[in-house]
Design a protein around this ligand. Structure first.
Ligand SMILES: Cc1cc2nc3c(=O)[nH]c(=O)nc-3n(C[C@H](O)[C@H](O)[C@H](O)COP(=O)(O)OP(=O)(O)OC[C@H]3O[C@@H](n4cnc5c(N)ncnc54)[C@H](O)[C@@H]3O)c2cc1C
Length: 392
């Protein structure tokens, strides 16, 4: 199929990537975003080699590399919460080393690259657009009364997806019990690797996101529904991560009212197939939001876009294409969700007495765990690619 009229609800990573992939594949795409201006959360995001490969396929890798900070060799230095070195692992590069192992980038910068490409492709993006009624046969009504029709509608509206609520009202986000603190700082010139500090049932990470900036992230247990007022975030972030010393100390101590800080209580979405009904398909977090411990949610969202474009290009029947999309993407996204959830849950189940044993285990198994995860992901993607190639 080519030349479809496609409306995408949501201009996050999934929606923008889909707009780019589908326009480049010859479809006519319109994006509806409920925010009234491009305003993306502060902080950074990791993109590992599999996500960078997808950006390469979308034609965006050079722009992303020029904007973010690549740790080419994928070095990840582990410390305990006092700053004592534990071990160092390496994430894999891809495409014979042309694609770096990890890149950190400011979320707003990632969106700037995506939105500039949408502009260049002539994608029509409507900000401040709220869909109030959806007809799975391809129709929708906006809050201002506008009626729109499309051959295909994508619900790319994130973890709390309105579109998902219309398609599958029984599927709710599940609270994971974790809160994540993030903050942006000036990057010391010699901080060029990913740092992961292992606290007792807490983690603190540091990652460069540009030539002059880095971001930190801290994972803590957080009771469901407990609100922390943003004006209290600097003190609350310091207090929540007070155990961390060593590389964390300068960044935690400089937090103040002017700091770029974000706190997120983390939900996940585990949705069985189908991810579509009639002409409406869910992609990205709307279908499969993951805990962030593997740093893969954005990569899965981008890959959804590319896989969908390829599947649509390979067949003539929309219903078959959308069902095939779910069948191919669910195992990969579920694998990432399962590994990420297991990492989070293992980390939550720790006390000070268990740390020496954990460190011994980390030294013995961390590199194998990284290698095993990426080998499995690569194998699953290769299997899906082969099935798509066989459709054509
Ligand atoms: C703390 C944390 C850290 C993370 N770190 C990483 C990481 O390092 N690497 C990584 O790859 N992933 C990471 N992720 C996951 C990643 O952020 C998500 O997987 C990714 O943003 C999903 O993109 P999306 O487009 O599906 O959803 P979103 O990014 O949430 O975008 C949804 C868009 O839809 C819009 N919208 C919502 N409702 C409507 C509506 N009704 N109408 C129109 N528009 C609507 C929203 O305004 C938004 O723009 C992290 C997640 C969390 C919570």
């Amino acid at each position: 199929m080519t030349g479809l009229d496609i409306i995408i609800i949501g201009a996050g990573i999934a929606g923008c990537s889909a707009a780019i992939a589908l326009t480049q594949a010859g479809h006519r795409v319109r994006v509806l975003e409920k925010q009234t201006e491009w305003r993306f959360q502060s902080s950074g995001i990791f993109v590992y080699s599999n996500g960078l490969e997808t950006l390469d396929d979308l034609g965006l890798l050079d722009d992303i590399l020029a904007t973010g900070f690549a740790v080419d060799g994928g070095e990840n230095a582990y410390f305990d919460h006092h700053g004592t070195p534990l071990t160092t692992t390496h994430y894999p590069t891809a495409r014979n080393g042309r694609v770096p192992a990890i890149l950190g980038i400011k979320r707003a910068e990632l969106h700037r690259v995506l939105s500039q490409r949408m502009d260049a492709l002539g994608v029509q993006v409507t900000l401040g657009a709220e869909v109030t009624a959806l007809d799975p046969a391809g129709g929708m009504t906006l809050a201002d009364g506008t009626e729109l029709r499309a051959d295909l509608i994508l619900g790319a509206d994130g973890v709390r997806s309105w579109t998902r609520a219309q398609l599958a009202p029984g599927v709710e986000p599940r609270y994971t019990g974790f809160g994540i603190w993030r903050s942006v700082h000036e990057r010391p010139a010699d901080l060029t690797q990913k740092i992961m500090m292992m606290g007792p049932a807490k983690r603190f990470g540091i990652m460069p996101i540009s030539d002059d900036r880095l971001y930190t992230f801290g994972t803590v247990a957080h009771p469901k529904g407990r609100h922390i007022d943003p004006t209290d975030w600097p003190g609350a972030m310091r207090a929540a991560l007070a155990e961390f010393d060593g590389p964390a100390a300068p960044f935690l101590s400089e937090l103040n009212d002017d700091s770029e800080i974000l706190f997120t209580a983390v939900d996940e979405v585990v949705m069985p197939l189908p991810w579509h009904r009639d002409r409406v398909l869910l992609i990205g977090d709307a279908a499969h939001a993951s805990t962030p411990f593997m740093g893969q949610g954005g990569a899965m969202a981008m890959q959804d876009a590319l896989v969908l474009a390829r599947i649509l290009g390979a067949g003539d029947d929309l219903e078959t294409a959308l069902a095939t999309f779910g069948t191919l993407r669910l195992p990969v996204c579920q694998f990432v969700q399962d590994v990420s959830r297991a990492v989070g849950e293992a980390g939550a189940d720790e006390d000070l007495a268990s740390l020496p044993q954990r460190h011994e285990q980390l030294r013995a198994t961390a590199q194998d765990a990284v290698d095993g995860f990426y080998a499995r992901l690569r194998a699953m993607n290769a299997e899906a690619d082969a099935k798509i190639a066989a459709l054509a």
